[in-house]
Design a protein around this ligand. Structure first.
Ligand SMILES: C[S@@+](CC[C@H](N)C(=O)[O-])C[C@H]1O[C@@H](n2cnc3c(N)ncnc32)[C@H](O)[C@@H]1O
Length: 270
């Protein structure tokens, strides 16, 4: 359907806006999404479509939402949650804990983190979890906080009873937990936006960097470095290693999994 010329224009635009790389292997996927979106906005001309993508923010956002992979679920990568509990108990028991989940997709990861914090510290302790994602449609689901069986299947049943209400349309997060989690639409490559969030002791950045190239990955990791307080931690997905940017953080093993620690200032000194 698309010539190389137009395929390259669309994928370059997506790369520029999100950091995500779509190569020839993803061509079929990208073409289908474009076709679907062109039908939805009522155009049959690819030139007109590209013009709309470039000039209408809402059209671009909708397209980004179509091509992002939002796969997520509660209690994903349990070994990381064990590491999180251990770090909180050992190092952050008595501070006002701020944790960032970027990207948070439809909210399962930040709510899982809030459940772990409630279990370890108690629901009334001072903590907040911030979820950020570029996809406004995923964030709408996060704010609604209603989840189907596929999202909760890994969650221990005692947590389902404790933190969710069962309704006809699914399991909904109870208000006392929901209050602890805030969501913002934003881009991991947008430094100005990130700076407005303040700083965090712990940042989860899982299952995003695998879609980036080396350049966007380094930009994202540099941005996160600035958000993490000295002595704080970065959690990455199991398939993601820090490669070049790993010089910034120190990989440490906690409860059997690797997490990345930002050295405290004086640890840098000789
Ligand atoms: C596979 S989900 C990961 C969700 C969760 N962290 C997890 O591991 O279960 C990837 C998410 O990255 C988001 N995303 C893609 N590019 C982004 C960017 N530049 N900034 C922020 N979020 C982005 C997508 O919208 C999608 O929801």
């Amino acid at each position: 359907m698309l010539t190389d010329f137009y395929f390259n224009i669309v994928t370059s635009l997506i790369y520029e806006k999100t950091g995500i790389v779509f190569d020839g292997k993803k061509r079929y996927f990208v073409e289908n999404r474009i076709k679907e979106h062109m039908e939805e906005i009522g155009t049959t001309s690819i030139k007109d479509y590209i013009y709309r993508l470039k000039t209408d923010k809402e059209v671009l956002k909708e397209f980004i939402s179509k091509i992002t992979v939002n796969e997520t679920y509660f209690y994903r990568e349990y070994y990381h949650l064990k590491a999180l509990s251990k770090i909180i108990q050992d190092e952050f028991r008595s501070v006002h804990l701020r944790i960032l989940s970027i990207p948070c997709s439809s909210g399962e990861e930040p709510y899982t983190i809030a459940i772990i914090l409630s279990e370890v510290l108690g629901i009334h302790s001072r903590f907040e979890v911030i979820g950020v994602d570029i996809d406004k449609n995923a964030l709408e689901k996060a704010v609604k906080a209603v989840y189907g069986r596929r999202s909760v299947y890994k969650l221990p049943s005692e947590y389902l009873d404790k933190y969710f209400d069962k309704r006809n349309d699914g399991w909904v997060i109870k208000p006392f937990l929901k209050r602890k989690v805030k969501f913002y639409e934003g881009n991991i490559l947008d430094k100005q936006f990130l700076n407005r969030l303040g700083t965090f002791q712990i940042v989860f950045c899982k299952n995003l960097l695998i879609y980036f190239d080396e350049n966007s990955r380094a930009r994202a990791v540099n941005n996160l470095y600035d958000l993490i307080q000295d002595g704080g931690y970065l959690f990455l997905g199991h398939a993601e290693s820090l490669s070049r940017a790993s010089s910034l953080f120190e990989p440490v093993k906690v409860e059997g999994s690797i997490v990345y620690k930002k050295p405290a200032e004086d640890e840098d000194e000789w």
